[in-house]
Write a protein that binds this ligand. Structure first.
Ligand code: ZN
Length: 258
């Protein structure tokens, strides 16, 4: 009898955990293949995006900078690496967002490089086919970031956008990484693997993370198994061939991993 009661309690607790997890959701505007096809015009405003969460990363309209949302404030990282708080009426061509609330709190002062950090995170993640929203605050000995210059129509291919990207090097910098882990099988829809943007502690500087060296950090993360996409309705999106091809895969590798 005792065993049955215990079993019931365990089952009830698991059910509670599952339903709590079920409430978390990742929302994405458009798909990454659309960006790779040169569709840089945003359709969704940041005002509308805010309804889906307070934590996320993506691009500014016309690829005019990397964007990061932390604690509900949206920062555009301009070509000089300096931030600017985004207006609700501004738009984004691609963004991933969720409501971040985590109970995990994992401190480490191991001297990881970027790959070392990724492996450490992979070991912490119970499942590799879920999404994870990840917040990492701390000190970095080095952090190389990049951002983009605003593009003009007719929009160039991502290859040319990459050629004009600005690279910013931070040394002994304190701040927060905001990012996601996306399961590999969603390549082309999202950016597979880890993807982080950086914001300095004084919130004045940042960028898309290319490489880094950890000094000491605190990691918070949430596993998320629900995913929704808000697809653009504009003609450019409807007319584009968004199928994943070998060359698209190459562009994605270059675009997001560099
Ligand atoms: Zn990025």
């Amino acid at each position: 009898m005792k065993k049955i009661t215990l079993l019931l309690i365990v089952l009830l607790m698991s059910a509670m955990l599952i339903s709590a997890e079920g409430e978390k959701i990742i929302t994405q505007t458009s798909i990454v293949n659309a960006v790779l096809k040169g569709l840089y015009d945003g359709e969704m405003t940041f005002g509308d995006l805010k309804k889906y969460g307070d934590f996320g990363i993506g691009y500014f309209n016309k690829m005019g900078g990397e964007v990061l949302a932390l604690d509900g404030i949206f920062y555009r990282i301009k070509s000089d690496g300096l931030t600017e708080v985004i207006k609700d009426s501004d738009k984004t061509p691609f963004f991933t967002i969720t409501a971040f609330e985590s109970n995990t709190d994992n401190f480490t002062n191991r001297k990881f490089d970027y790959d070392g950090l990724k492996n450490y995170l992979l070991n912490m993640m119970p499942r590799k086919k879920s999404f994870y929203a990840i917040k990492i605050a701390g000190i970095f000995d080095n952090l190389d970031a990049r951002t983009f210059l605003s593009q003009a129509k007719p929009y160039p291919e991502t290859k040319q956008v990459l050629e004009t990207q600005t690279e910013i090097k931070y040394t002994n910098t304190e701040g927060t990484l905001v990012g996601f882990y996306t399961p590999e099988f969603l390549e082309g829809i999202g950016v597979p693997g880890f993807h982080f943007h950086y914001l300095s502690k004084d919130k004045t500087r940042g960028g898309h993370v290319r490489t880094l060296n950890v000094n000491s950090i605190t990691i918070e993360f949430i596993e998320i198994s629900r995913f929704q996409i808000v697809l653009p309705k504009n003609k450019e999106f409807q007319d584009a061939d968004l199928t994943m091809t070998k060359s698209m895969r190459k562009s994605l590798q270059k675009f997001e991993k560099q």
